[in-house]
Design a protein around this ligand. Structure first.
Ligand SMILES: *Cc1c(COP(=O)(O)O)cnc(C)c1O
Length: 234
């Protein structure tokens, strides 16, 4: 099932690129494997996928130990400051930096390990109360504040669009972040080298690509439905 689903997702990515005149090589598919077992991840790996997304530190670390070491693990979920230490040398990219305090913690732990950590700033474009992330209006200042940290490399921006019935409703959200991303690239802030825009999930990745996404995070569309335990989607 995973392999068939992947072929479908990959061909939709190519079609979306064709529609807007982009090279499909500009778009990286991140297979969001949270809650899914190792054998399903291996199926995707055998199909050539090397980028996987997890939203919990413990699960990312467990899978990191267990699975091939040429996998690029992406941390896409809200990160608590007390878990920074465990994840910074395992994730290739942390998509979910949502406060300057969190960045400070990453700087501190990265300095101890003498590594440089690549991050994206998460932006709550639609100002949803239930979501983490900087408000768009405060993101430039956050970029400037975080850019001075020597052990952090800011690579771009990430957003999680609202849950909507019709994915077209999210086009303005993607457009807004994409425009801001280009504005920030043009400002050439010292130590900020933005070339990654992480947006689009199973329901809306084609639209996100049409609006400029370079990283799409697809879970359900590859691995099937996740199950809910209690309040939390797992
Ligand atoms: C779970 C998750 C995804 C994938 O969601 P799907 O709708 O299953 O594709 C993408 N991004 C983040 C941040 C997630 O937590």
């Amino acid at each position: 099932m995973v392999k068939e689903n992947l072929l479908i997702v990959q061909s939709r990515i190519e079609e979306a690129c064709r529609r807007c005149g982009r090279d499909p090589k500009e778009v990286t598919l991140i297979a969001v494997s949270k809650t899914k077992p190792a054998d399903m991840i291996i199926d995707a790996y055998e199909s050539g996928i090397r980028d996987f997304g997890e939203n919990k530190v413990q699960e990312l670390c467990d899978k990191y130990e267990l699975l091939p070491d040429d996998i690029h693990w992406h941390m896409i979920g809200h990160l608590q400051r007390n878990k920074v230490k465990q994840v910074i040398d395992k994730a290739v990219l942390i998509h979910s930096v949502d406060s300057v305090r969190l960045a400070e913690q990453i700087e501190e732990e990265a300095a101890k390990k003498e590594i440089c950590v690549s991050i994206l700033l998460e932006v709550n474009v639609a100002n949803e109360e239930t979501k983490f992330g900087f408000r768009l209006e405060e993101t430039e200042q956050a970029l400037r504040d975080i850019s001075v940290f020597p052990h952090i490399s800011i690579k771009g921006l990430m957003t999680i669009a609202p849950f909507v019935e019709n994915s077209e409703q999210n086009r303005p959200v993607f457009k807004k972040l994409s425009k801001f991303y280009v504005d920030m690239q043009r400002k050439n802030i010292d130590n900020v080298n933005m070339n990654m825009l992480s947006m689009g999930m199973t329901g809306d990745y084609e639209i996100a690509i049409e609006e400029g996404a370079t990283l799409v995070r697809v879970g359900t569309g590859i691995f099937g439905t996740r199950y809910k335990i209690g309040e939390n989607e797992v």
